[in-house]
Design a protein around this ligand. Sequence first.
Ligand SMILES: [Zn+2]
Length: 110
Amino acid sequence: MPAFCAFCKKAMAAPPRLRGATDLHGQHCSRCGALCIADPTGKQGGEAMMTALRLMACGDESRALALREAVDYDVRTLAWIPSTNEVDAAADATRYGVSRLWFFLLRNVR
Ligand SMILES: [Zn+2]
């Protein structure tokens, strides 16, 4: 099925390259504001996480490091097929090496 937001299910185009010093691609959901970051190799979870935290903290490094999962924000992942921008419902998005989309949503902006 075509890629969608893991929080509100809105359909999403393939994410463009993020601005700044990163090769990651990502975008905000136009409906719920969740931040989507693409991890086409399934091996960049750490980088995706740090980039997301910095973006959610508007570049404030100390605030970024203080954000706590399940307290300040929630994380969801979907297995993803980059070539077609489809969600792969049959794949396990938690397995290392599985292409995925990461979604981050701050709780205080809901
Ligand atoms: Zn959304």
